[in-house]
Design a protein around this ligand. Structure first.
Ligand code: GCO
Ligand code: ZN
Length: 299
């Protein structure tokens, strides 16, 4: 029997923690605090955190093969040099949509950086709808747009055989799948593989495990759920001591641990008293299944 253990490893008080990414080379977890405009790197050995502040809300971060990182900052795809804390703009999207920003992003198995946009929220999940789009930044720095009419572009990942792209538009309360062409980066044949139940609340960030099952962080649901995208069934629910769970990734030794980010914003003073670890980084061990390494951006 697995004995699941959940531990807050870092009380970071993120306004909105997001985009956890394991960096094996440094035994570290990268993540962002979107409204705080911060990219953070937590060293799991020394337990120290380094933070880089950028000039706009930063919604995702990813590894870069050349060294350093890439991040989505405002409506820009940027390269981030960790040593001198500088950013270089690689491409800009949604130029005519002044109230938009990027949200979640992740690199595909061929090294393209996928990320979608949304209108800026006036409160969590309160925003002008259908303003977002999904994009990817190719290794040569050109951008392709897949579709628009997105409410809150969120979790994304690819099947283990790279033939399916999984995607969440949060306010659809659905986890969707597309056929994926790894050669061209094209997607087609959108369908829903799971509809969230009411108590699961809002689907947010997502990652895949070595068995091809999906883990979805449920915003306001205080949990991560494990889904079988082939049967459309929920296999497992893991509850956390915070409501606003935003995203998850595997990391640690052999990717056997799960890391979960969450938000403080949107909690009232009573909620903050009841959930003092809100905005922290959680580690879940004993799940009995591993994850896969993140793909680096190859441009
Ligand atoms: O982290 C994100 O994806 C959004 O930027 C957040 O603001 C919330 O998760 C969202 O409000 C819940 O749907
Ligand atoms: Zn998210």
């Amino acid at each position: 029997m697995s004995s699941i253990k959940i531990e807050c490893v870092l009380r970071e008080n993120c306004h909105c923690g997001e985009s956890p990414v394991w960096e094996e080379a440094s035994n570290s977890l990268l993540f962002v605090d979107i409204p705080a405009k911060k990219v953070c790197r937590w060293d799991s050995l020394s337990k120290q955190v380094q933070r880089v502040t950028v000039d706009a809300p930063v919604s995702s971060v990813a590894l870069r093969q050349l060294g350093g990182y890439v991040a989505t900052v405002g409506t820009k795809f940027c390269a981030l040099n960790w040593e001198d804390q500088s950013t270089v703009v690689l491409a800009t999207v949604d130029k005519e949509k002044k109230n938009n920003r990027f949200n979640d992003g992740k690199v595909d198995p061929a090294g393209r950086y996928f990320a979608g946009t949304m209108a800026e929220e006036t409160a969590p999940a309160v925003l002008e709808r259908r303003q977002g789009s999904l994009y990817s930044l190719f290794p040569d720095h050109h951008v392709e747009k897949y579709f628009d009419q997105v409410d809150i572009s969120n979790g994304l990942d690819w099947s283990l055989d790279h033939k399916i792209f999984y995607y969440i538009d949060s306010l659809s309360y659905s986890v969707d799948a597309f056929d994926y062409d790894l050669q061209t980066g094209k997607i087609s044949n959108r369908r829903s593989v799971y509809k969230l139940e009411k108590e699961e609340q809002i689907p947010d960030g997502m990652c895949i495990d070595v068995e091809g099952k999906l883990w979805v962080a449920c915003y306001n649901g205080g949990r991560v759920i494990r889904l079988d995208p082939e049967t459309g069934k929920r296999l497992q629910t893991v509850k956390l001591p915070v409501d606003k769970t935003t995203s998850c990734c595997f990391g640690g030794k052999d990717y056997s641990e799960m890391y979960v980010t969450c938000a403080r914003d949107g909690l009232d003073s009573k909620g903050l008293l009841q959930q003092p670890e809100a905005g922290g980084i959680f580690k879940i061990t004993g799940l009995g299944v591993k994850g896969i390494p993140p793909y680096p951006y190859t441009g």
